[in-house]
Design a protein around this ligand. Structure first.
Ligand code: MG
Ligand code: MG
Length: 248
């Protein structure tokens, strides 16, 4: 069942989303060569708690940290640790917050110092594909219109969309129905309705779309070892079109 949220519920989700955005901005401000991913996670956690929120990922199916931090060929669900960032890497940071029983979820990929032209393109195409997807989050459309818009943008740039992981509904749970693949034909799946709140999150690989989970049981990496980028927003479908909630 796909929940339709009242204005009051959307306001509560927006409050969580605001903390997510500020935490992402904090993470971005800390990203530089030499910092350990664990230090970024600690600052993110401290910030979320200072806003009376709870880090939504910590303890989720046993995930041990507040932020997912994934470097280069790591697609998503990277566990922060002792590793130090290096110039030329790209770093995806994914943060979820729950406040007053409602969730927000957003992710961005950052460059560490100067990165290759291909990595820059990968990041900008992934971000643009998210915006194409968000644009389809409209009352009366179909769910796969979002998926298709993302896939077309990504493949027109000759990158590939990860198939094994999807976006999701969000609200009183971190992951609610529907699942939102980042690929597929247009005009199928559930009808989109005012009040739906969705976390749309293209994961885009520079090489092939195939991924695997490594021995830590969390980190998803590209099979071919080439880099991957991830951008995510939480969006509400309103009478006036899509309203992105994870903005400052
Ligand atoms: Mg996320
Ligand atoms: Mg998500």
């Amino acid at each position: 069942m796909i929940h339709l949220r009242s204005q009051r519920e959307i306001d509560l989700i927006r409050n969580s989303c605001r903390i997510v955005v500020e935490a992402l901005e904090l993470a971005g401000s800390l990203i530089q060569p030499g910092i350990r991913t664990r230090e970024i996670d600690k600052e993110v956690e401290k910030f979320i708690l200072s806003k009376k929120g709870k880090p939504a990922f910590k303890g989720y199916n046993g995930f041990p940290a507040s932020a997912c931090i994934s470097i280069d060929e790591e697609v998503v669900h990277g566990i922060p640790g002792q590793r130090r960032l290096q110039e030329g890497e790209i770093v995806s940071v994914d943060i979820g917050v729950v406040l007053d029983g409602f969730y927000g979820d957003s992710a961005r990929t950052f460059a560490v110092g100067e990165v290759s032209l291909q990595k820059k393109q990968l990041m900008s195409v992934t971000k643009e594909s998210l915006h194409f997807g968000l644009e389809q989050a409209r009352d009366g459309g179909r769910l796969s219109d979002i998926s298709n818009a993302i896939q077309r943008k990504v493949e027109s740039a000759r990158f590939s969309v990860v198939r094994d992981l999807v976006g999701h509904g969000i609200g009183q749970e971190l992951h609610e129905e529907p699942q939102i693949p980042n690929y597929g034909p247009p005009n199928s799946g559930p009808r989109l309705k005012e009040g739906m709140v969705l976390a749309i999150e293209p994961m885009v690989n520079a090489g092939d779309h195939e991924v695997k989970t490594i021995a830590d049981n969390w980190t998803v990496v590209t099979l071919d070892g080439r880099p991957s980028a991830h951008f995510e927003h939480t969006v509400a479908i309103t009478g006036n079109g899509p309203e992105v909630l994870t903005v400052s």
